[in-house]
Structures are given as C-alpha cells and as structure tokens.
Design a protein around this ligand. Structure first.
Ligand SMILES: Cc1cc2nc3c(=O)[nH]c(=O)nc-3n(C[C@H](O)[C@H](O)[C@H](O)COP(=O)(O)OP(=O)(O)OC[C@H]3O[C@@H](n4cnc5c(N)ncnc54)[C@H](O)[C@@H]3O)c2cc1C
Length: 440
C-alpha cells in the first residue's frame, strides 16, 4: 500500500484510528502534542487518557452503549481490548483502572510495527497522504484556527449549548400536539402547561442544582443561548417571553392558548429523537430528568441525551462529513471522535476505528464503508451525516439512532431484540466488507 495515513491526536479516537489503519496494512504516523503541550484536562503523556469518569458505559443487552461495546469487540477494537483487560467491578457498567487502561492502549499503539508515534503539535493539515483528524474537544488553538480558515467559520463550534433530547416513543401525544407558531410549520411538538403546572416547574427549576464547570470550561453566554436555569433566575415570567412562549400555539383540544408551551424540534430525519427548543442547560442530569418529567406529556420521557453547557470543539457534521467520516469537501481527510460530532469515550473510539479503516481503504483505492443502519455505529455515523444542521449538537449512542424492531413485548424485550439484530448485522457486514475478525 503506497502513501501514509496521518492521524492527528492520540486520544480515544486517534489511538483506535491508528491501529485500525495499521492493521489494514497502512503505514501510520500518529501525532500527539502531549506532554510538550498539555490540554487543560489531560494530566499524563499516555495515549487514550480518560479525562474524567473511568466508565465506558453500561454493558447490558438493553443498553445502547452495550451494543456499541459488543460491536467494537467483534471488530477487535484496541480500546475494548484494553478495557476488558483492566476492568474494575462497577455493577452493570464497563469501568476500568484508568492508569492500566491508557498504559495498555499506549503499548498496543506504540508497539505496532506499522505505527510511528510523533510527539508534536500539528498546526495545519499535512498536504500529503490521507489524514484522520482526531484532536478532540480540546483541539489546540493553532489547529482550530487553521481548520476554521480552511473549511469556514460556521463549521466549527467552540462550545456545546445543548438541550435535552427525548425519544418520540416516550412522548404522550394524547397531551401534546403538532403545531408551528401561527400555523407556519406544523413541524413542532407542543406540550401545553396551565399556570399551576408552570408554577411547580418554575419552583423546581429554581431549586435545581447546576453542574460546576472547571474554570477553563466556563462560558460567556450569548443572549441567544442563555441556559434555562439562568432565564429562570431572571424572574417568574421571563420564560414565558422566551422558550416557553405560548403565543400562536392554541391547544387543538381546547382551542385556547395555554399559559405556557414547551416546544420540541426533530433532531433526526426519521423523527425518533426530539430536542426541547431553547432548553439548553448545565443542570445536573438527575435534576434535568425531574424537570423534564414535570412537563405535561413528558412525564415518562426517556432522555437519550442530556443538556450540557461546556467548552467543546466539534464540526458541524451534517454540513461537513459523509457517514464514512470523510470530509465532503476534501475526501482524503476524515474526522473521528468528539471533533466529528460524537460524545463519549466509546463513541470516540468507535468512530476512530471506522475512520482508520476508511483511511487505509482510501490509500489502497477502495471505496469507504459504512456499517448498516441497524448497528449502533451505523446509526451514529448516519446521524452525523444526516442530522438537522441548524443548531447541530454532538450525539452519544442511544436507541433512537437505530430503527425500531417489529417485536411485541416489554421495552426490555424490544431492546434485547434490537441488540441482537444490531450485533448480527454488524458481524455480517464485517465479513462482507473484508475486515479480519481477529486482527493481528
Ligand atoms: C473535561 C471533559 C470531561 C469528559 N468526561 C467524559 C466522561 O466522563 N465520559 C465520557 O464518555 N466522555 C467524557 N468526555 C467527552 C469525550 O468522551 C472525551 O473527551 C474523549 O476523550 C474524546 O475522545 P477524542 O479522541 O475525541 O479526544 P481526546 O481523547 O481528548 O484526544 C484528543 C487528543 O488530541 C491531542 N491534540 C489536540 N490538539 C492537537 C494538535 N494540534 N496536535 C496534536 N495533538 C493534539 C490531545 O492532546 C489529545 O490527546 C469529557 C470531555 C471533557 C473535555
């Protein structure tokens, strides 16, 4: 195979990408700027350092992260191999000894004869070979400025101001209704509130606890994306003139304008995931759940992504990327990890694996591959490429990413059926696409 794959960033995504490309026969150069230049969150010079929690998520067959873990295991993922070798007891979750885990990944990457690890900061895209960009949420400033200049200002975000996202199947459409303000676009789901419910919601909002960000994570709020808890602090009626404005949204059941309305907007084309409009929040997750469930029609809402307000660096994936993780504008460049628009350690590693494999395929002139839509990785990368590009926010593994199954039964049984269907589809796809199931 001629040429080289440059992988920029030796985190979860970059480590996995480097090994996937090398195992496919490519010569790989992996650039990591630590320890010469540290990020505000990393503490060591190891590859794949876990910057916060030591958990890669729940393992059960009912858990969306569990399916992604299972897919990565059959793909021979280096991150999963290190996680399995260094796990610590954590109930139903896959938690690891973080020191041993990153030492294991570092050894696997640096020990592969096809990978050269270069310890330096990259400030601009290499102009030769194929490039995998995996510099993560704390991409260094010179490279971020270069990407901005190359691909355009609106395509790179420096912070998340995300609202909770809920599964459509968990919304009570007997209470909520489709309508657009003044009938302009009946594309929104509306949850009507009377004053008593609003007061209860407002009081709970004032009591809710905020996530305490590190100093470097703190954001200056733009007036257009002030978190809901901050709007609440400004006064009892402030929300009624902002995200809970009822004007132009009469409830078809009564014909009257409710006291307050919470609107939900579609996140994906299939309409399986809906986000609460204007509800960006940095509240603790338990408090978010309680608050969301105080909204009429959302009493049983299943939140698949919680709101966050923090510093982050990520691309507007639906504008920039194909589902194969190649840049539409420059197909020899691929993105992976948080920079590509995913959230989470496992999701970062999984997109790294796909980008690494597709990078090696590009070197040998083969077309890129994308896992089937029933698989968690397939659902995730299809979401990246096909999500609503307006106000795009990063996404983690969740059941809204894959089509439902036509199985009657409890939620648990349906999820187990989705798990088995996804894993079988992933294995069959790996075989069809020519990936060695037990890579060296
Ligand atoms: C503070 C914080 C806490 C988080 N906590 C969790 C959590 O608990 N659980 C979870 O699942 N997810 C968490 N995340 C989100 C995400 O899963 C992790 O950030 C994950 O590490 C992302 O993987 P990555 O490979 O995309 O980026 P990273 O793992 O951050 O790897 C990127 C690498 O690129 C290097 N780099 C950056 N710029 C350059 C450059 N110009 N040249 C060379 N190298 C460069 C960095 O040093 C880093 O090693 C957290 C994120 C942050 C910021």
């Amino acid at each position: 195979m001629k040429g080289i794959v440059h992988v920029i960033g030796g985190g979860l995504a970059g480590s996995e990408a480097a090994l996937a490309a090398a195992r496919s026969g490519a010569r790989v150069r992996l650039y990591e700027m630590r320890p010469a230049k540290m990020t505000p969150a990393h503490r060591t010079d190891r590859l794949a350092e876990l910057v916060c929690s030591n958990s890669l998520g729940g393992e059960a067959e009912t858990n969306a992260k569990g399916l992604l873990q299972a897919e990565m295991r059959v793909a021979g993922s280096a991150v999963m191999a290190a996680a399995d070798a260094t796990r610590v007891p954590a109930g139903g979750a896959l938690a690891v000894d973080r020191e041993l885990f990153s030492a294991g990944v570092t050894e696997a990457v640096a020990g592969h004869p096809g990978v050269e690890v270069v310890r330096r900061e990259v400030a601009a895209l290499p102009e030769d070979g194929v490039v995998v960009l995996a510099t993560g949420p704390l991409t260094s400033e010179p490279l971020a400025a270069h990407l901005k200049a190359r691909f355009g200002d609106p395509f790179l975000s420096y912070y998340d101001a995300a609202a909770p996202v809920v599964l459509f199947e968990s919304i009570d459409m007997g209470t909520c209704y489709f309508a657009g303000r003044y009938d302009q676009s009946p594309d929104y789901i509306n949850c009507p509130m009377d004053e008593a419910r609003y007061r209860r919601f407002y009081q709970r909002l004032l009591e809710a606890r905020r996530h305490q960000p590190h100093d470097w994570e703190r954001l200056e709020f733009f007036e257009a994306c002030v978190p809901i808890e901050e709007l609440g602090r400004r006064g009892y009626r402030t929300l009624l003139f902002g995200p809970m404005k009822p004007v132009g949204l009469p409830d078809p059941k009564t014909g009257r304008i409710p006291f307050a309305v919470v609107q939900l907007r579609r996140e994906d084309r299939a309409g399986r995931m809906w986000s609460l409009v204007g509800f960006q929040t940095g509240l603790k997750w338990g408090d978010q759940k309680e608050l969301v469930r105080l909204i009429p029609g959302l009493e049983r809402a299943e939140i698949v992504r919680y709101g966050v307000m923090h510093r982050n660096t990520y691309l507007n994936a639906p504008r920039m990327l194909e589902a194969s993780l190649r840049f539409r504008a420059e197909p020899r460049v691929l993105a992976a990890g948080v920079l590509s628009g995913v959230e989470g350690y496992l999701e970062s590693a999984a997109t790294g694996w796909l980008a690494g494999w597709n990078a090696a395929r590009a070197l040998s002139g083969e077309p890129p591959v994308v896992p089937p839509e029933e698989t968690m990785l397939g659902g995730l990368v299809r979401f990246l490429a096909g999500a609503n590009p307006e106000n795009f926010q990063p996404m983690n593994a969740n059941w809204g990413l894959v089509p439902p199954v036509a199985v009657r039964g409890s939620k648990r049984e349906r999820r187990q059926a989705m798990f088995r269907r996804g894993l079988a589809a992933f294995e069959a796809w790996l075989r069809r696409s020519g990936w060695a199931l037990t890579p060296a």
